[in-house]
Design a protein around this ligand. Structure first.
Ligand SMILES: [Zn+2]
Length: 179
């Protein structure tokens, strides 16, 4: 009985969709700012808060829509149909992780600066510029809308080694860590 209660409680927690769920590989659809999109944005903000992440893309809650939510210093905001319009040749490398592939952190090189065009939550077209970590978050989340994951940007060997590690952790827990 007690176990059942615990299991039910766990299932009601909103969390990000995990690898390998096929929705993570699908190309997301453009959206309009309607009631449905607003509901999606609310759910995304809830998940991002619960998971304590810096960014989330709609496919990560199982919805194949072009929406991302960023957790910035001054609060969360959503971008609809974000598109990278310009990116610098200069690159910036940092350790990246993803709520959909927990426990894996890899050095990934991306553009140091990006300019993104999107609709904001009021439905206004706007442009946003990001540099360093902020540019990385924008690129990481927009990649999700194209079915691309950060592990795809690592070398093939690093990618597959990471996935083996991920599946080991997922199915056997951390007891193999010391081997
Ligand atoms: Zn991610």
């Amino acid at each position: 009985m007690f176990c059942n209660l615990l299991a039910t409680k766990k299932m009601t927690k909103e969390e990000a969709v995990k690898y390998y769920n096929p929705v993570l590989r699908r190309k997301a659809q453009s959206v309009a700012l309607d009631e449905e999109s607003k509901k999606t944005i609310e759910r995304m903000k809830k998940v991002l808060k619960e998971e304590d992440g810096v960014g989330l893309a709609a496919p990560q809650i199982g919805e194949s829509k072009k929406i991302i939510v960023i957790n910035a210093e001054d609060g969360m905001f959503a971008l609809l149909n974000p598109e990278i319009k310009e990116k610098s040749k200069e690159s910036f490398t940092t350790k990246e992780g993803c709520l959909s592939i927990p426990g894996i952190w890899l050095d990934i090189a991306r553009s140091k600066k990006v300019r993104v065009r999107a609709l904001n939550e009021e439905g206004r077209e706007m442009e946003i510029e990001g540099e360093d970590i902020f540019a990385v978050v924008l690129q990481h989340e927009i990649d999700h809308l194209h079915g691309k994951l950060f592990i795809d940007r690592a070398g093939t060997l690093v990618k597959w080694r990471s996935l083996v590690k991920y599946y080991f952790k997922k199915y056997f827990g951390n007891k193999w860590e010391s081997i």
